[in-house]
Design a binder for this molecule. Structure first.
Ligand SMILES: NC(=O)c1ccc[n+]([C@@H]2O[C@H](COP(=O)([O-])OP(=O)(O)OC[C@H]3O[C@@H](n4cnc5c(N)ncnc54)[C@H](OP(=O)(O)O)[C@@H]3O)[C@@H](O)[C@H]2O)c1
Length: 332
């Protein structure tokens, strides 16, 4: 009998680095394919900071936690290797929520075909969660206007790098906040950002004042941390704060205190959080907005590929150390 590997979540993280004690690697028999079903061999699996939330026991979030003993949740890309489904043929490349496993049997619900000519790495780096999140947050909440100033944190990451490039293409002044000089050089020299702040080594206030002398109109927040209050204090009247992620707080028992609310009134700021599952019904419109920027060469990406299903377990820690250089994914 042919088997395949899957990884189940068996314990909840307690704040330290993610380790093998949270997971169980299991072998399962390859299922047979009934009428109306097809079998996918996953080729690339996305790793996302959201996984820390999905592993936590918090039932008060936008999506239920992964149950203990269940296959860990993730999106991915794969190839149809056997099909009894009229709409999906052997050889088709598809994307969807596959989980941490080598194969997936499905009836096609929630599965989307990958257009010919788009590589699996590009799908996960741009057209899946990173690009959709950047597009929804920037245009749905940030409402950028040419000539304005935008600050994006996590700027060399998969979401932040796309946000900055979209805003640059739209004529904004774009400042990225990153955790290393290598990342700072990448966003300025290769992606065309106007400036970068290294939140680990720079004098944050001085650098922010230097790069944003006219204040900040759009603040796309991916990380939280010390810089948050400083950027918030520089928001211009009618500024927009897009609250996308707070990775600096994900492993903390007590999150950092946020900014005071009085400036929101005085400056009539919009501060809005969002979560992409609310917008999965709008994917065609979001792709319609994003794709022309990509096809006209305005969006560059880098895929950070690690190899083998089990590499996901410790690979997740790269989000906290900042070791990931671009979109983190597992090649299976
Ligand atoms: N709202 C939504 O629907 C949605 C969807 C997707 C993603 N997100 C959120 O968006 C954010 C970015 O996600 P991503 O997939 O693009 O990840 P990413 O930026 O590719 O990777 C995470 C990066 O966060 C930075 N980081 C880690 N700890 C930090 C800290 N204490 N302070 C400041 N920066 C820190 C690291 O970069 P440095 O080396 O620069 O520190 C790390 O590389 C995450 O917070 C994620 O949860 C939200």
């Amino acid at each position: 009998m042919t088997t395949y590997k899957a990884i189940n979540l068996v314990a909840r993280p307690t704040g330290g680095p993610i380790g093998p004690e949270l997971f169980e690697v299991v072998e399962k028999p390859l299922p047979s394919v009934s009428q109306g079903q097809f079998l996918i061999k996953q080729t690339y699996m996305s790793l996302d900071p959201a996984m820390f939330g999905w592993m936590s026991p918090d039932t008060n979030s936008y999506i239920p936690p992964v149950g203990l003993g269940e296959v860990m949740r993730s999106s991915g890309v794969g190839e149809v290797v056997e099909s009894n489904h009229p709409d999906f043929q052997v050889g088709d490349h598809v994307m969807g929520m596959f989980g941490w496993q080598e194969y997936l049997l499905t009836d096609g619900k929630g599965m989307n075909k990958v257009p010919a000519g788009v590589s699996d790495e590009m799908v996960l780096s741009i057209f899946a969660l990173p690009g959709l999140t950047a597009t929804q947050g920037l245009y749905g909440i940030g409402k950028p206007k040419s000539g304005e100033t935008l600050v994006v944190t996590g700027a060399a990451g998969s979401v932040g790098s796309i946000v900055g490039q979209l805003a640059k293409a739209d004529g904004l002044k774009v400042i990225g906040v990153v955790g290393s000089d290598t990342k700072a050089n990448w966003i300025v020299d290769d992606l065309g950002f106007d400036g970068a702040i290294n939140y680990k080594t720079d004098d944050l206030q001085a650098k922010l004042d230097e790069l944003a002398p006219n204040g900040v109109d759009v603040y796309f927040e991916n990380t939280g941390g010390e810089i948050q209050n400083l950027v918030f204090n520089k928001m211009n009247t009618h500024g927009r704060v897009v609250v996308c992620g707070m990775i600096a707080d994900y492993a903390k028992a007590v999150p950092n205190p946020g900014p005071n609310w009085i400036p929101m009134i005085k400056k009539r700021l919009t501060v809005q959080g969002f979560a992409m599952p609310d917008h999965f019904g709008e994917i065609p419109q979001l792709l319609g907005k994003l794709t022309p920027y990509v096809t006209s060469g305005k969006i560059k990406y880098r895929a950070h590929v690690i190899e083998g299903l089990e590499s996901a377990i410790t690979g997740l820690n790269m989000f906290f150390t900042g070791e990931n250089q671009g979109k983190l994914m597992v090649k299976i």
